[in-house]
Design a protein around this ligand. Structure first.
Ligand SMILES: *Cc1c(COP(=O)(O)O)cnc(C)c1O
Ligand SMILES: [Zn+2]
Length: 433
């Protein structure tokens, strides 16, 4: 077997098929680690692309078509896949102008089967769960993990149990988890409490934990940035901007970039810019203070997908920042709300947490920390329709945080008129009023 589990701190190794989320020696996080050998990078690139034309499910998947970079299975013909990945990379020229950039592109992970990037990691983690003979899979979730896990567990015919913070997840996500047949339990606490509880519960009755502390989730999420490089002809951008909640995705991006560099698929590493909401910024605070010890906080933001005060993967995220000479930016509720609406004006809808990326780009631009020619890619993590209440409240001028209304710069009001053409003409064409 070329794959094993390896502690990120003491580097103790464990067999790939051991059910383990933390090092038994020092309790730190685990990586899935490989001995890759030295495959021909040109050959790999051709194989990745050609698989898109194949009718075989594991070739069509935008995760498994990159399987040489996630070789933890002996064979790939029984993977649990919903044809995840293969998401679009779009230029957003009008938004770019606003940000003072020559080019700006977004990679939209919301265009996945359950509407978020969690699908990229769930296909790999559920496949491993099935292999290990798990009878129940378990997660704590701010919403999207539960929707994704519930769908993939249903496909794999495994029982799904989801813990969510009561009243704090977007309606679209809750609807999905319930509909896919998961056992959904609201707890009277926040995400961090739910996370603590599932860690205590894992192992009970053969339950397997599918939060991003599970290193097999990270393996699938690596393909987001691998596919991005493919879409750019393997020319890395200068900077990749992504939201940071539990810090699993940044960890995956860091690992992917390192491995692509080592395999000579790319010749340099782009900078990773991680974005946190000002009310949920424990990682930003740690980096700012120059400390190497994360202090948990009580998280508070309307961008519920990143409302996390005690991120599990902070050490892997720190490693990703060091590898890529990256940085962390924090943005306000108002900046997130307006950025989300601004993207929508360019025909690109996304959920609030995803728009924190544009908020950070606009902020860096205002602070003259971006060059006009810099090539920037923002990762949009979740679908437009995940949180319609947030959108409507914004346009009604009712979106509020901590009791204060958030002014809506791109407000678009709903009109109501009598059902007759005179009234319509007056509303639509009478400019002399
Ligand atoms: C999960 C999620 C995030 C945060 O990702 P982490 O890996 O927890 O840092 C951001 N945006 C959306 C839409 C998400 O679902
Ligand atoms: Zn260890």
């Amino acid at each position: 077997m070329p794959a094993h589990l390896e502690c990120i701190t003491c580097h103790k190794q464990f067999p790939i098929n051991q059910v383990l989320y933390q090092c038994s020696q020092c309790n730190d996080l685990l990586d899935v680690a490989y001995t890759f050998g030295s495959p021909d990078p040109k050959r790999l690139k051709v194989d990745f692309l050609n698989r898109k034309l194949s009718p075989v499910p594991q070739d069509q998947s935008g995760v498994w078509r990159f399987r040489e970079l996630l070789p933890f299975l002996d064979r790939f013909d029984s993977v649990i896949s919903l044809r995840e990945g293969n998401t679009p990379l779009w230029e957003v020229p009008r938004v770019a102008r606003e940000a003072g950039l020559q080019h700006l592109a977004v990679k939209h992970q919301g265009m996945n089967p359950t509407g978020s990037f969690k699908d990229n990691g769930m296909t790999t983690a559920i496949t491993q769960a099935k292999l290990l003979g798990a009878r129940t899979v378990l997660c704590a979730s701010t919403g999207n993990t539960s929707a994704s896990m519930a769908a993939y567990a249903a496909r794999a015919d495994i029982r799904a149990v989801v813990l969510i913070p009561e009243g704090q997840i977007a309606r679209g996500k809750l609807a999905q988890a319930i509909d896919y047949g998961a056992t959904v339990v609201q707890i009277q606490g926040n995400f961090d409490h739910a996370m603590q509880l599932v860690r205590e519960l894992s192992g009970e009755g053969g339950a397997y934990l599918l939060n991003s502390i599970n290193p097999f989730r990270i393996e699938g999420q690596k393909t987001i940035v691998i596919e991005l490089m493919e879409q750019r002809g393997w020319r890395p951008p200068d900077r990749i901007v992504l939201p940071a909640g539990n810090l699993g995705n940044c960890s995956a991006f860091g690992k992917a970039l390192r491995e692509m560099f080592d395999l000579k698929l790319i010749s340099r590493l782009p900078k990773l810019t991680l974005v946190q909401a000002a009310g949920a910024n424990p990682f930003a605070q740690m980096i700012r203070s120059g400390s190497r010890n994360l202090i948990p906080m009580q998280a508070d933001t309307l961008a519920t997908a990143i409302k996390i005060g005690s991120p599990v993967s902070w050490k892997k995220a720190l490693r990703a920042l060091e590898w890529t000479h990256g940085d962390v930016v924090e943005v306000t509720e108002g900046e997130i709300a307006d950025s989300r609406a601004l993207l929508a004006r360019d025909g690109v809808g996304c959920e609030p947490a995803s728009a924190s990326t544009l908020a950070a780009i606009l902020k860096l631009s205002r602070e003259k920390k971006l060059m006009f020619s810099e090539e920037v890619v923002a990762i949009l993590t979740g679908h437009h329709l995940k949180d319609p209440e947030y959108i409507l409240e914004y346009h009604e001028g009712k979106l509020s945080h901590k009791g204060a209304i958030i002014p809506a710069r791109y407000q678009n009001s709903l009109h109501t008129v009598a059902a007759e053409s005179q009234a319509l003409k007056k509303l639509l064409f009478d400019h002399d009023k």
